[in-house]
Design a protein around this ligand. Structure first.
Ligand code: BGC
Length: 707
């Protein structure tokens, strides 16, 4: 995994190109001339620049001047597992392979910029885009996003990490002004972006729709110039979110480089005729335009644009299929498995009821926002058929009806409200199927229409009467497994109380159905862990406990401050339904020999934590080992604990491996608002090694000195 930094080797050549260009040619580079294109420089060998979403794979081609599909027949691609799925694998190497795979597909479709990964913090269970994001925790986000970006950019495509920043809700996203403390942005909301830029070397970053402390993010000099460029040394391009620009002069000076995505006519853009006029009037120095052109050319040249040696990629190759399968299967989280209901023993199974519309639902497209024209997508029912084909009698029953009513809050969000009523006839049919089979699988949860860009959920309840469906099926057949397909968290109180076997899974990509079937049947041992907390009820989660979501139409205050996700639950002593980092296996693991290399550390040191993990069961399996740290509480009002590292190991039955997880001392620092900088407080820190944030197997105290 070689770090890609934006090479400055082309600067002389770039100067020559800029000198040969008219002002009109330069300005043409800085705004969209189609929904997903901006002008090139034909005379210098640069074709039109091509952008593509995004988080679920290479989006189908969109018309140049509207959101309608362009109607191509050669724009299908692999449906990649969503960001939450990738994060749930806690597998850094899969992050890298995922980046390579999606980068290859981007190149095969001749793209220059991949509008991904999306690394916003999952602040509330209700955010409609949670599925695209990775986690509630900045350490997990950073560790997954960095290799992803490295993989993408190795394929000669620029990653465009998004949405910079504090874009954590869809409600009023185009206008909402986020108020958050400096400490909260530094410790929680920015580290993922910082890692993407400083460690991943992301060539591009996307300015978000919303405002931060009064300024739109695409004209927010504090974020774009001060933090991104001055502090983090970013020398790539800042691209606006689609239609997120509100000014010419302010945006130019605040650090935006390219305006994308508003409707045609494209010369109406703030970075089109208006920019030309502003330069001609002397309001903007042409040098500022040159600088933006330089950044774009730097990125294009680093991606080898226009050169014969540029990688040409490929779509849907066997290694990409395998990768999507591996991510989908490693992402499944086994939440609960009482009475060892799972895995199902296929040899003894004669009949299996597969219940729930989500068993036949596809997720590559739907709702609002980026999807994929999937080359194929295996549903869970198809996956089970593929694996059990003919040998087991599979009885499908729809179980519930997906239905919506229009949202009653015009202007706030443009989604749909799910109907929570159950359908008695469908339930009766499901019960008949379950009662007549050896076992039942109920596949419920969300859809792309329900968890979608542009809309936040209104509550955390399972939609379409799914709770009632599950209860009825369990009564009919106690050997029932519930599979939940999720974007963000759901309220599982009813399901948890009545179910013995519970799997949590995601918008899982083209191979999802095969992967889930293999988990259910024990061909693959689950090893996913939750990348966010599943609260018992919505009011328990921080932004909702403090009535700090979604704010009024103008402002939202992040009152929970740094206590996002498990930081809140652990610090306030609130029991979640399932904690951050939780995930069971069909085997068991023993942790022993946990130790640190020293008992005291000073500036610049790295704490080397190690332990031995042994597979004590009779199946091969993988375990994620999580490291949490607590600072001396006396000092800076720290969260009860914070994730500082993790590792994933695969073990055969009886096998043991020693694992080392390094924690840089700097990572124990916190942001000091008085000194406006990071500070490492001396004192006694507690380090914990665990199988989840609430399943701590060992802890130790180490002394930290400030020198
Ligand atoms: C989304 C971005 C996306 C862009 C282009 C916007 O609405 O916020 O994530 O990349 O559209 O599709």
């Amino acid at each position: 995994m070689a770090a890609t930094t934006l090479s400055m080797a082309y600067e002389k050549e770039i100067t020559g190109i800029i000198e040969s260009m008219t002002l009109e040619e330069k300005v043409a580079l800085l705004h969209g001339n189609g929904k997903f294109t901006s002008a090139g420089i034909p005379k210098s060998g640069f074709a039109e620049v091509q952008y593509t979403d995004g988080p679920l794979g290479i989006r189908e081609e969109i018309s140049r001047d509207s959101w309608d599909p362009a109607g191509w027949t050669i724009d299908s691609a692999t449906f990649f597992p969503a960001g939450t799925a990738l994060a749930a694998t806690w597998n850094i190497s899969l992050g890298y392979q995922y980046g390579i795979a999606i980068g290859k597909e981007a190149r095969a479709r001749n793209k220059d910029f991949l509008l991904a990964p999306a690394v916003n913090i999952i602040r509330t269970p209700l955010c409609g885009r949670n599925y695209e994001y990775l986690s509630e925790d900045p350490c997990l986000i950073s560790r997954i996003a960095v290799p992803y970006i490295l993989g993408v950019q190795e394929q000669d495509v620029a990653a465009c990490v998004k949405h910079f920043a504090v874009n954590n809700q869809e409600t009023n996203r185009g206008t909402i002004d986020v108020q958050a403390s400096e400490r909260a942005i530094r410790e929680i909301y920015l580290p993922g972006f910082k890692a993407a830029v400083t460690e991943g070397g992301s060539f591009a970053i996307m300015g978000a729709y919303n405002k931060f402390r009064g300024n739109y993010l695409c004209e927010n000099g504090y974020f774009l110039n001060k933090i991104l460029r001055e502090e983090w040394g970013f020398n790539g391009v800042v691209i606006s979110d689609w239609g997120a620009v509100h000014s010419t002069i302010e945006s130019v000076f605040a650090g935006l480089d390219i305006e994308m995505g508003t409707e045609a006519p494209f010369n109406d853009y703030y970075f089109s005729d208006r920019l030309l006029i502003a330069v001609k009037n002397g309001d903007i120095d042409e040098k500022a335009v040159d600088e933006k052109v330089r950044r774009l050319l730097r990125v294009l040249m680093n991606c080898k644009a226009g050169r014969p040696e540029r990688k040409t990629g490929g779509i849907g190759s066997p290694d990409i299929r395998k990768l999507t399968y591996d991510v989908a299967s490693e992402a499944v989280v086994l939440l609960k498995n009482n009475k060892a209901i799972l895995p199902l023993d296929a040899t003894g199974l004669k009949s299996l009821a597969v219940i729930g519309a989500n068993a036949t639902q596809t997720f590559a497209s739907g709702g609002f926002g980026a999807g994929v024209k999937a080359r194929y997508e295996v549903t869970i029912l198809e996956g089970l058929k593929n694996r059990l084909g003919g040998r087991v009698n599979l009885k499908f029953a729809q179980g519930y009806r997906e239905a919506y009513q229009p949202v009653d809050n015009p202007g706030k969000s443009f989604g749909l409200l799910p109907v929570t009523k159950s359908d008695p006839e469908l339930i009766r049919e499901a019960v008949r199927a379950a009662a007549s089979c050896d076992a039942a699988i109920v596949v419920i949860g969300t859809t792309r229409k329900f968890d979608t860009e542009g809309n936040d959920r209104h509550d955390m309840l399972l939609p379409f009467g799914q709770d009632q469906l599950v209860n009825a099926v369990i009564k009919a057949n106690p050997k029932t497994v519930v599979v939940i397909i999720a974007g963000g968290p759901f309220d599982l109180r009813t399901i948890h109380a009545n179910t013995d076997a519970l799997l949590w899974t995601w918008f899982g990509g083209s191979e999802h159905g095969n992967a889930v079937a293999d988990i259910l049947l024990g061909k693959v041992n689950p090893s996913g862990k939750l990348p966010y907390t599943l609260p018992e009820k919505l009011e328990d989660s921080p932004a909702h406990a403090l009535h700090a979501f979604p704010g009024d139409s103008a402002r939202v205050e992040y009152l929970e401050d740094i206590l996002v996700g498990y930081r809140w639950f652990d610090t306030r002593g609130i029991q979640p339904m399932y904690p951050f980092g939780h995930g069971l296996s069909y085997t068991s693991f023993d942790y022993s020999g946990c130790q640190t290399d020293k008992s005291g550390y000073g500036k610049g040191d790295t704490i080397k934590l190690s332990c031995t993990i042994r597979n004590t069961g009779d199946r091969e399996g993988s375990e994620v080992i999580e490291v949490y740290a607590s600072a001396p509480q006396s000092i800076a009002n720290r969260p009860a604990q914070e994730l500082k590292g993790f590792a994933k190991v695969n073990l055969k039955p009886g096998e043991e491996k020693s694992v080392e997880i390094p924690v840089c001392l700097n990572d124990l620092s916190c942001f000091d608002e008085n000194e406006n900088g990071w500070k490492l407080h001396p004192g006694e820190y507690t380090l914990r090694i665990g199988a989840s944030s609430r399943d701590i197997r060992w802890e130790v105290k180490v002394k930290v000195t400030s020198d």
